[in-house]
Design a binder for this molecule. Structure first.
Ligand code: EPZ
Length: 437
């Protein structure tokens, strides 16, 4: 995988996608499970892991802590943290990914102390960790943030009730990690219910943890003495699946996404059907097809699971540019997730952002290929979808974001008939440099 930012994606639009695409393992689940394996003093084999740059970064981080992690097959990682000694995770790799926040909970649970640089990740405004800290403190830890590093120590960890003030995937998983080996019962109230929260709990349970209620508002974790090794397979990626479903609809195509869990897709399939997109569900696949000349407008609000995922908001906004009439997108999870909108407007879209959380899309304008710049991972996916819909050639810059979360995107799109390639950048157009800085 080439993760350098010296490449651009070049897409000739106008092709209706058709055929079958196999969805990879869930990136947001795999990153958490990889870190969770720090709690296991034994070898874990993790299957169905996507080969994306966030995973590569985490492998390096775990190896730097004294664990051993490596890809032993195309999508299989072996990780053995029995010798892991260091509680200090600092440096550029830690700072650039959000999932490094899980190192706090996992190192605290395993070593009773952690020093972790404040996690980075995509920039949607402030990304606080107060709920993580509140959870660690409830378990008896002391937390101190100094020069951008979170230092956490505990003499011992004791189960407690943690009420989350906001529904947070990261804080729910982090507190779960800290509580697995603590003494007694921890209750997480107002927990996140995302499929990857459930997957992390299933992973830990399969290694000997006692976690109940994952997937509901209340998760109960009874601490155990230790965890044992084993083999676990990561769930399919809900967001990658949704991205391909939206791309199929946006190009007026006929695509079957396979290796998915259709119930995870319900909030999206409901919206696509509302727009007039054809949906056919199978046990582990969904066919998406368009047999109408024009799609209907619709309004969308992002919500924690089982609501419409914020991580499909940019892709959906790209699709809404093709619908008949005015659609409204309301972002309820992140305070500022419309930074990419000017890039879509560069391609001829007519989208107005009101305040920081509402985008109004005047549908029906034909998109035209242009040089554009990904501003984060899912924004990059939205630009790919817009490029597939557009007349002419689009060049997408800043591929480092897309490489964080989409495995073999170019190959998969080509398999559906798209005209897409990656080429060296020389140089990035002047007009995009400010966006890239
Ligand atoms: C996870 O981020 C995902 N990342 C994000 O996906 C996703 O957008 C997000 O969940 C929401 O679904 C990973 O799983 C690695 P949160 P996370 O904690 O855990 C507020 C992608 O594109 N909050 O659920 O960081 C926060 O500001 C990425 O794959 C607090 O106030 O998100 C936000 O408004 C981007 N205090 C809301 O909660 C806290 O301590 C939800 O955030 C924590 C969060």
């Amino acid at each position: 995988m080439n993760t350098n930012n010296d490449e651009k994606m070049v897409i000739l639009g106008g092709v209706k996608l058709s055929g079958e695409v196999r969805i990879s393992g869930a990136k947001n689940s795999a990153v958490a499970i990889l870190v969770a394996s720090i709690l296991v003093g034994d070898k874990c084999v993790i299957e169905n892991v996507p080969h994306v740059s966030d995973i590569v970064d985490l492998i390096e981080i775990i190896n730097g802590l004294g664990g051993r992690a490596e890809f032993v097959g195309e999508d299989v990682i072996e990780v053995d943290c029995s010798e892991l000694k260091s509680h200090v995770a600092t440096g550029e790799r830690v700072r650039r990914i959000r999932a490094s926040s899980y190192l706090m909970g996992a190192l605290l649970g395993r070593l009773k102390r952690a020093s972790v640089d404040l996690p980075g990740g995509c920039n949607f405004g402030v990304r606080p960790i107060d709920q993580h800290i509140k959870g660690f403190e409830a378990l008896g830890a002391y937390v101190d943030i100094e020069y951008g590093t979170v230092n956490i120590t505990a003499d011992s960890l004791r189960g407690n009730t943690v009420y989350m003030d906001v529904v947070s995937v990261g804080a729910t998983i982090d507190v779960m990690l800290a509580a697995v080996l603590a003494d007694g019962l921890t209750v997480i109230d107002s927990a996140a219910k995302e499929p990857h929260v459930v997957d992390v709990a299933n992973f830990l349970n399969s290694m000997g943890a006692d976690i109940r209620g994952a997937g509901t508002d209340v998760i109960r974790i009874r601490g155990v003495e230790s965890l044992h090794g084993g083999t676990f397979s990561v769930i399919p990626d809900q967001i990658e699946a949704g991205t391909f479903m939206i791309a199929a609809a946006a190009t007026g195509g006929d695509v079957t996404v396979t290796n998915i869990i259709p119930t995870h897709m319900e909030s999206l399939t409901a919206k696509l059907e509302e727009m007039g997109v054809g949906i056919e569900e199978f046990d582990e696949a969904i066919r998406v097809y368009v047999d109408k000349p024009k799609l209907r407008r619709c309004n969308v609000k992002t919500q924690p699971y089982p609501g419409f995922p914020t991580d499909l908001q940019p892709q959906m906004l790209a699709l809404l540019t093709a619908a008949n009439g005015t659609s409204i997108m309301k972002e309820n999870v992140w305070e500022n997730r419309f930074e990419y909108v000017p890039q879509l407007n560069r391609m001829g879209a007519s989208i107005n952002v009101e305040g920081t959380d509402v985008a109004v899309v005047e549908g029906g304008s034909k998109l035209i290929g242009a040089p554009v710049c990904a501003t984060d991972l899912r924004a990059g996916a939205a630009l790919v979808i817009a490029a597939l819909m557009a007349d002419g050639v689009t060049e997408i810059y800043n591929l480092k974001y897309i490489d964080r979360g989409y495995e073999k995107l170019v190959e998969k799109l080509r398999g559906l008939g798209a005209q897409v390639t990656r080429r060296c950048v020389n140089p990035m157009p002047e007009v995009l440099r400010a966006v890239n800085e």
